[in-house]
Design a protein around this ligand. Structure first.
Ligand code: CA
Ligand code: CA
Length: 170
């Protein structure tokens, strides 16, 4: 069986969303990612930052379900992901950025930011690691976001990079 580079990348993106690896994407994958991030950074679920992360995860799930869950069974199968999410997100990366923004905003706050909302490269690499991006690529990806090399990454940069990663050009 020949697998194209494009198909391989789609499979990798699906696996990243399917955090618990049970073969479909659902609400549990998003709340599970939130829980794992809070554990990684030692932030309590009932804190303001913890609650914001769960709210962001739910909004992210609702946005993805609205785009991709065509039969409305609250699960995004691989087929729904490929035929719904990937095509529509590729056509409209800004839409994806808006869906993901509340979650990313909250994740950066959990990872630790200075007053103006700038996260550290190390913090962003840890977030990516928890979300299933392997260690070295995560650190390289995070470092690449710091375009001016001052060790900080702002929200706009990470939202755009995240959208680029998940909207997989053909
Ligand atoms: Ca799953
Ligand atoms: Ca479905």
């Amino acid at each position: 069986m020949v697998t194209s580079e494009y198909e391989r990348r789609i499979a990798a993106r699906f696996a990243t969303f399917d955090q618990d690896g049970n073969g479909y994407i659902d609400r549990e994958d998003f709340s599970g990612a939130a829980k794992a991030l809070l554990a990684e950074f030692g932030v309590a679920a009932r804190s303001d930052r913890g609650q914001a992360l769960y709210v962001g995860a739910e909004a992210f799930w609702q946005g993805m379900a609205g785009i991709a869950d065509r039969d409305g069974d609250q699960r995004i199968t691989r087929e729904e992901f490929v035929n719904g999410a990937v095509k529509r997100l590729r056509d409209n990366p800004d839409r994806f950025a808006e869906i993901a923004r509340p979650f990313l905003h909250a994740a950066l706050a959990v990872a630790g930011t200075d007053g103006d909302g700038t996260a550290t490269v190390e913090g962003v690499a840890r977030v990516l690691g928890v979300l299933g991006v392997p260690g070295d690529p995560a650190r390289a990806a995070a470092a690449a976001l710091d375009t001016d090399g001052d060790g900080g990454i702002d929200e706009e940069e990470i939202v755009r990079a995240f959208a680029r990663y998940f909207t997989v050009p053909e």
